[in-house]
Design a protein around this ligand. Structure first.
Ligand code: TK8
Length: 342
């Protein structure tokens, strides 16, 4: 009898314990880059904020380095409810909402500050608001960075003659068409396959922000770097709508706020990594060329017919609004302030 009572009491105690500390909700997050990159550090910062603010109710299970897949497949996993969160390059979302390509219009954003203002402002908000109907919630824009070209064939101080260079591109049609228009042979490919493809000479070149060229060790198989700053590239922190719908309002608030705060942390880390990367690459023996303003202007003109086509596909109002906000910003900054006639 005493034993039975004890067992009964023990059961009560276990139940009370379970009530006091319900099992944490675990969110599975995958990214393409390694844990020690600014993107990886950003996720770890996000995880700290979420776990702290939810008092352990929400835990982040982090899978870096493309272990859960690439940008396109992870976004699909979110939509299918098989993965909770990811942080792809925004260009890969154009297959769902073509407007995302506008961010990557070559030679459009001129500084990280311009990108921050456009992406964090109304224009960016409107873009993210298009995602829920595709099963995704966009929490914040993070930074991938300005992209630069590397290749294993020859130094490219201009992009005048790039024939015969097979260039890996992201899986975005506007980018594929742009690289073809410049004269490259574009080969779209998911990021986790790129190093092996470069090493095996399946492709000759790739383009990414400097911190990625360092962290993914592309310099080992890419002796030539061209500082081209041809495209600005953003990440989007995403949570699947099916996961979002299971969260209570308080947890949603914590996740959304932490995503935005981690964006500031991640951008800072990325800019520090960018400043340090060029020295690292030079020390590794990479040969560096820089394309000048006139050359970028020439390439920009060459790309005009491609972009005109995408203006129509994307919707002229999205593109126009982006240019309007950019020129407003530039006027504020005095970049276009009237100069006295010579
Ligand atoms: C990492 C990718 C990558 C991107 C690319 O998952 O594919 O080249 O720049 O960094 O998002």
């Amino acid at each position: 009898m005493v034993r039975l009572v004890l067992i009964f009491l023990a059961t009560l105690w276990i139940n009370a314990g379970a009530l006091a500390a319900p099992a944490a909700k675990v969110l599975k997050v995958g990214i393409g880059l390694n844990a020690d990159t600014p993107q990886g550090q950003g996720i770890q910062q996000f995880a700290r904020l979420v776990e702290e603010r939810s008092q352990g109710r929400i835990k982040i299970e982090f899978h870096p380095g493309g272990r859960l897949g690439d940008d396109v497949s992870m976004v699909e996993a979110l939509r299918a409810g098989k993965q909770d969160m990811t942080c792809p390059d925004s260009s890969t979302l154009a297959r769902l909402v073509s407007d995302f390509s506008a961010i990557n219009y070559p030679f459009t954003f001129l500084s990280a500050e311009e990108a921050d203002r456009i992406l964090d402002g109304q224009w960016g908000e409107r873009l993210l608001a298009r995602l829920p109907q595709h099963g995704l919630i966009g929490l914040a824009f993070w930074e991938n960075g300005f992209r630069h070209l590397t290749n294993s064939k020859r130094a490219l101080p201009t992009l005048n003659d790039v024939t015969g260079i097979r260039m890996r591109t992201m899986q975005n049609e506007m980018l594929i068409d742009s690289f073809r228009q410049i004269g490259f042979e574009p080969v779209p490919m998911p990021f986790p396959k790129v190093y092996t493809a470069l090493a095996g000479k399946v492709v000759d070149g790739q383009e990414n922000p400097l911190p990625t060229i360092v962290s993914s060790r592309f310099y080992e198989v890419q002796p030539y770097l061209t500082l081209s700053q041809h495209v600005y590239s953003a990440f989007v922190l995403l949570i699947g709508k099916s996961t979002w719908d299971t969260l209570n309002p308080e947890d949603r608030r914590i996740i959304a706020e932490s995503g935005r705060e981690a964006a500031q942390f991640q951008r800072r880390a990325n800019r520090e990594a960018t400043a340090a990367a060029l020295g690292t690459l030079k020390a590794k023996g990479v040969q560096v060329a820089t394309i000048d303003v006139r050359e970028s202007e020439r390439v920009r003109n060459r790309l005009r017919p491609v972009l005109e086509q995408y203006n129509k596909r994307i919707g002229e109002s999205t593109v126009l609004q982006m240019y309007v906000e950019l020129s407003q910003l530039r006027m504020e900054r005095g970049r276009y302030a009237a100069k006295p006639a010579p």
